[in-house]
Design a protein. Sequence first.
Lengths: 219, 255
Amino acid sequence: MDLSLFLHEMWNARGAIWDGFQMTVSISALAIFCGTILGVFVGLALVYAWLPVRLIVRGYVDFIRGTPVFVLVLASYYILSGIGIQLTAFQAGVLAITAFCSTHVGEMIRGALAAIHRGQVEAAMAIGLTFRQTFQYVLMPQALRQILPTWVNAATEMVKASTLLSVIGVAELLLVTQQIISRNFLSLEFYFLAGFIYFVIDFSIERLGRFVEKKVAYS
Amino acid sequence: MADPLLVIENVHKKFGELDVLSGVDLIVDRSDVVSIIGSSGSGKTTLLRCINLLEDFHEGRILIDGEPIGYMLKNGKRQRLPKSLIAQHRALTGMVFQTFNLFPHLTALKNVTLGLLKVRNLKKEEATEIARHWLDLVGVLDRQDHYPGQLSGGQQQRVAIARAIAMNPKLMLFDEVTSALDPELVNEVLNVIKDLVSDGMTMLLVTHEMRFAYDVSTKVIFMNEGRIAEQGPPSELFNNPQSTRLAEFIQNSTF
């Protein structure tokens, strides 16, 4: 391996790599953010919704979770445009990963709510809190704390899933890397570099998660 | 008779086909301390939970300060009140549970202020002042910034008592509040309840602490098969039981 050549090529490609990095972070952040918010509602619906609504949401979760993310990405790009919903590749990709994320967060929330002792609701009701207040001040804070470690794990999975957007032409880090390699043929070096950048992103998320976990711990 | 604080009239409750309460009548006057005793499955806890509306009841009425709680009659049909009114009725009584049920993500102080802020809509300063007052009275003020997980069982139960009583309920309900405690922690909780008794608080206690029931109660109720089988002043009930069922129960209880 010619180090000076690699460094030279890397310097030439710095702008593209930076753009790809930003694109990967944008896709991931957007999908994790929207997917988490949507997921909280999915989780709520799975536990508390009126039965028909619950069944519909259950179907959504099972369908999305049972489908490979790769297929979701392709479907939201090609199938949606086929039925007249025109999305850019970026929008379609973020939509697919958001849906994927929401089902995982939804299941986490459902599990966390189910694990909270029944006495918590009774104690809240006994001091006169309404159901909405009980949910807001007693159940949700506990559920969010409980899902934090698994949520961090899911978030890193979403970053990895963002690589699948390369197949619909979103210039995220992996696609950019492949384009660079097609120009200079330094495949091993640049794949290694891309791998290292993904590691840094996911490692940062994990560290941040640990930090938050410690901050909100209550015993 | 002077106006009673709590009136229970012919309350029935079923779990499926099983009659848990089959016609309970009870009158509790202001500053009464009523202990409910009886073997497990006799309906003691269920009765307490009906008064706090944590359980539905299927017949009869419960009145607190003359106001029927939980249900209303509409065109002669019995109907459950809307949830917001139920929540208001629940706040008339303070409930303390066997398993404390403190909110683990809130400090002792915030466990007490939550209801003051969100149900009684007090300002933060005022809520904190009231909460600190009650935490002081139950002897855990120095632990106000600790989370429940950092407190002993006895301390947790005392915070739970402060949380319930800070809401200024008309009636306190205690559901076997010392049953989950280590023996050496039982007295610190019973002493707090004794202080409330001497303040004139009206209360209903489901308890297995017979000595305590004997000492503090103005009235003891013996429940059997969903009914109040016997009631009277503790000295009468414990020393001169009328039914063989109660005599057996007392004989098998430890004092």
